[in-house]
Structures are given as C-alpha cells and as structure tokens.
Design a binder for this molecule. Structure first.
Ligand code: G4P
Length: 192
C-alpha cells in the first residue's frame, strides 16, 4: 500500500451508497503534509509532461491543488460552480452533473486565466463517473489549451470515469484506486 492508501485504511470511513468519507484529512479537515506528499508523487509521475498551469474545481480540489502547485511552480486556477450562467462572453462554461449530489451545475472559468497554448495539469480529490473531469477538459479545449495530465487523489474504480478518461488517451494518475468497498465491514480493496 502507498502512503495515501494507508491513510484511507486508517482514517477513511465506508458509508452506504458507495461513499468513502475522507473528511478528516482530504476534504473538510485538510492534512497539508499529506497534500505535500501527493504533490511530490505527482511531480515524479508527471516529470516528463510540460505543465504551466494547474486547473481544479471548487471546493475540495482547491486546497490540494494549491499545495501540489508548489512542486510544479505554476499558478492554480479553479473552476467555479454556478447555478446562474453569466453569458457575457467572458467565461468558458461547461455543464457538470453530479452523481453524488444528483444535481447539475454550470462550471465556469474566466477567459482571462486560461489561454491557448496553456499546458494544463488537472488536479481533483475524487474521480467517480468523471463528469467533473469532462467539464474541465471541455473548458480547456474551448480555450485552445491542452491537457498535460490528470492527477486524482482517490479514484472509485468500480465507477466508470477512470476507464472513460483513460480510453480518451489522457495521462491519468490516481494515487489510490478503490476497486471495492463494504459498508458493513469497512473493508476497502485497492487496485494493485
Ligand atoms: P464525477 O464528477 O466523477 O462524476 O463524480 P460525482 O458526480 O459522483 O461527484 C460529485 C461530488 O461528490 C464531487 O465533489 C466528488 O468529489 C464527490 N464524491 C464522489 N464520490 C465520493 C465519495 O465516495 N466520497 C466523497 N467524500 N466524495 C465523493 P463535489 O460535488 O465537486 O464537491 P466538493 O468538491 O465541493 O466537495
């Protein structure tokens, strides 16, 4: 097991409905030392990629992306979620459906902060069905920028987002891939 898998086993809680609660270290209380290790690991895994910007999505991605960015020395841009669409032409927008929250959000990034030619590393906490990622990729494409890589903390390998993104040819590095979990026993099975 790697350092993140060990931490998930120690402090993660498996909930009914295939939800893994990691709010004591990843997305409510934040373990900055852990984020720093994740940054070190992604810097190694993406060392052959050209990256000049990190893109993430609010809310939970922001803290992780900021610490990780120290390992790449690049700025962080986060996509905002909004129910109302500002159609003044100053924003890139994409629609994102949340499997977990059963709602739809518009995600938006100002045209000022994503430019054609940008080489973007996407960072996020969870990958489930990949809807959030698809939205971010769409925004990067609209800007004429390119995706250099995608770093995910926890991929839920039993949902299809990871497979879809890999089949599209993206360099996806998930630090922990959960292939199965059981709310009654708390057991978590990681992909080897
Ligand atoms: P998808 O983007 O991959 O399709 O995933 P999905 O719609 O299922 O995810 C919706 C939200 O729920 C995302 O956060 C995602 O991080 C989170 N999520 C998905 N599965 C789990 C899980 O097992 N445990 C936890 N803790 N979160 C999960 P979000 O809506 O963007 O919220 P936030 O970033 O503002 O926290």
């Amino acid at each position: 097991m790697n350092f993140l898998e060990e931490r998930i086993v120690k402090d993660g809680v498996v909930k009914e409905g295939n939800i893994l609660k990691v709010d004591s270290f990843l997305n409510h209380q934040l373990d900055v030392e852990l984020f720093d290790k994740m940054g070190e690991e992604w810097a190694e895994r993406f060392k052959n990629e050209e990256i000049n910007k990190i893109l993430t999505i609010e809310a939970s991605g922001i803290g992780i992306a900021c610490i990780v960015a120290r390992h790449f020395n690049v700025p962080v841009v986060f996509a905002k979620k909004s129910h109302s669409v500002n159609l003044d032409g100053e924003m890139y927008t994409a629609e994102v459906e949340s499997f977990t929250h059963k709602n739809k959000n518009q995600v938006i990034v100002s045209k000022k902060f994503l430019n054609s030619g940008d080489k973007v590393l996407i960072i996020d906490d969870f990958l489930a069905n990949g809807c959030a990622l698809q939205g971010l990729i769409s925004i990067i494409n609209q800007a004429g920028a390119s995706v250099s890589g995608i770093g995910i903390a926890i991929e839920k390998g039993f949902q299809n987002g990871g497979q879809i993104i890999r089949n599209m040819g993206y360099h996806l590095e998930s630090l922990a891939i959960v292939d199965a979990m059981d709310a009654s026993t708390g057991e978590i099975v990681f992909r080897k």
